[in-house]
Each structure stands twice: as structure tokens, then as C-alpha cells.
Design a protein around this ligand. Structure first.
Ligand SMILES: [Zn+2]
Length: 124
């Protein structure tokens, strides 16, 4: 997938600005918070490391209409829709909604039967 087709990168400068802002706030991982485990993010880890910082969209970009957005680009660039996660948590989440993640965290059976196991906590 090239940058031209990914709505996250349609507005590169805004994306960079939002990313920088989240990084400056040093927010914890919202998924780890829900699961009651160590949510600290080491913002100095290099991109690609499983525990590194990634920008996550609370309303998944692939399901942007759920948040009332008219386009995927709006969903991806709305700062109120962005949160910090560990890379591995973001990958585990995929396009689950926040409510679906909360349901899994509460130990309820998720709406989707294909719930993956939680990522390993990499020594945290
Ligand atoms: Zn996490």
C-alpha cells in the first residue's frame, strides 16, 4: 500500500503534527490501560519495535462512518480521534471498535469470534 492510497498519509503535515503532539504528551497505551496492565510507552524505542509508540485511531479508519466522519481522511486526522498505543497492541486491535476492545477487556465474548490472543508484554 503506497502513501497515495492510505488516508492516514493524505495530509502529511497534519499527520506529522498530530504525531508530534501525541508524543509530546507522552500518553500511556490506552489498550493496556483497559486491560489493567503496565501501559507505559517508551517513546525512545525505534519504529517497528513491538513496544514502540504508534498513533491509533479510536474510530478505526476502515470504519470511519461509525464516528460520523464523511471520509477516511477526516477520521485519520481528527486529533480527538487519536490515541497512543504500543505497536503490538495496535496490531492486535486491528479494526476492532473501542467498545469491542472494552468488551474483550471485561472478559465478555467479543462480537467477532476471531479474537486473537493478547500480545505478550515484552518484559514490562
Ligand atoms: Zn499497550
Amino acid at each position: 500500500m503506497g502513501n497515495k492510497t492510505n488516508p492516514r498519509y493524505a495530509n502529511g503535515s497534519l499527520r506529522t503534527k498530530n504525531r508530534r503532539r501525541l508524543r509530546a504528551e507522552e500518553r500511556p497505551c490506552w489498550i493496556c490501560q483497559l486491560f489493567g496492565r503496565n501501559s507505559h510507552i517508551d517513546y525512545s524505542l525505534p519504529p517497528g519495535h513491538p513496544m514502540s509508540f504508534e498513533v491509533d485511531e479510536l474510530i478505526p479508519v476502515s470504519r470511519y462512518w461509525l464516528g460520523g466522519y464523511r471520509t477516511p481522511e477526516q477520521c485519520a486526522n481528527d486529533y480527538r480521534n487519536l490515541a497512543s498505543t504500543h505497536r503490538c497492541c495496535n496490531q492486535w486491535r486491528g479494526n476492532k471498535t473501542v467498545d469491542e476492545v472494552k468488551a474483550i477487556a471485561r472478559g465478555m465474548s467479543p462480537k467477532k469470534p476471531d479474537s486473537d490472543p493478547l500480545p505478550q508484554p515484552w518484559g514490562l
